[in-house]
Design a protein around this ligand. Sequence first.
Ligand code: ADP
Ligand code: ASP
Ligand code: MG
Length: 418
Amino acid sequence: MSLIVMKFGGSSVGDAERMKRVARRVVDRQVEGHQCVVVVSAMGDTTDELIDLSKQICDDTPPPREMDMLLTTGEQMSVALLSMAIQSLGQEAVSYTGWQAGMLTDTTHGKARITDIQPHRVLKAAEANKVVIVAGFQGMSEDGEITTLGRGGSDTTAVALAAAIEADLCEIYTDVDGIYSTDPRIVNCARKLNEISYDEMLELANLGAAVLHPRAVEYAKNYNVALVVRSSFTHNEGTYVKEEAVMEQGLVVRGIAFDKNVVRVSILGVPERPGQLAKVFTSLAQAQIDVDIIVQSGVLNGVADFSFSTTLTERERAVQVIEGIQDEIGFREVTSEDNLVKVSIVGAGMVSTPGVAAKMFEVISGLGASINMVSTSEIKMSCVIDLEYLQDVVKGLHTAYGLDTHEQVFVGGPADRR
Ligand code: ADP
Ligand code: ASP
Ligand code: MG
């Protein structure tokens, strides 16, 4: 008998009918002779709706502790309903919140990290042949507060739990039937991958491919969790994420990701003095603001401009932090821009293949888009462009790097478009 973690995302449990279908699928798996531990997300767009609700109540940023208290209710609804659906099919089941399941985290509300998992309750119930249903995305900090793991964090709950209970397999059920060369909602000739390595998937996830939460991939790699992404709407084979993946030969770029959660902050008229950059980025780091790409222009008449990218969610805080050190740095002005997207190409063979970067620039400029920021590493290259060019650029790059296929892409459930 094997122990399996099955994770169902929001669209897979979007309404009562889908919830019942998931219940059937879980029971079928249990009847096949597996012990199933299920991790589930909030139904459909519940998390977004809860965020909207908080905005109607608070003019300013809501208190992070209360925000976590609010958002975790979404997953709590799902676990209770799924447990009821499974029990009404005659299978014993029990639902647990993240803290009941022993998910311990640090204290960073909104993007907490798992620090420990004490899964004895989960294991005991599984041994008693109950389907165990655990709320994704949530945990409890050492000081007893409820925390969340960041948007999309239920994937991380599933993989971390799979590692902690030494599950034989972690299955991530979603609304596409695997991992594709790019988001199949943007490119309908995207290519489905049979396998992908942890490292390449980690890059894609970090660069915005929503199909897996980056920390989930990190966990899978560190604990060698057997991981598969598949559809909750079909029985098609999914995509295996593993250490050594057999990948199609001859493709230098394996995947294209994009991230709309990006803003560019520019600091203009900075007097040239040693240590200025260090002051800016130390202040941002102290405020726990993640900075991605940094660009500095040449010095003219003793002053320079520089800009950095961060997430849209951090925009206001980032600007406030910079304004707070204006006297110390002596810059003229700080501005911020949105309506941008970071488009990235990923492939382990890129570093040893000449012309990959040149091709990316050619495609983007050929489509009339300007490149606002660039960053490169051994296995990836990213360009920040205006949002309006997103679809054309991703399609153009997909074709240019030889990734197009003519196989049918599966997106969503029957008659489903989100
Ligand atoms: P869930 O609610 O199941 O967690 P998500 O919306 O978080 O689902 O992730 C699934 C979505 O990820 C897909 O619907 C697809 O639009 C998007 N996606 C982005 N990049 C990729 C990719 N490379 N392969 C497959 N799906 C992708
Ligand atoms: N419900 C949470 C979100 O929408 C977590 C998840 O779906 O993984 O981000
Ligand atoms: Mg997700």
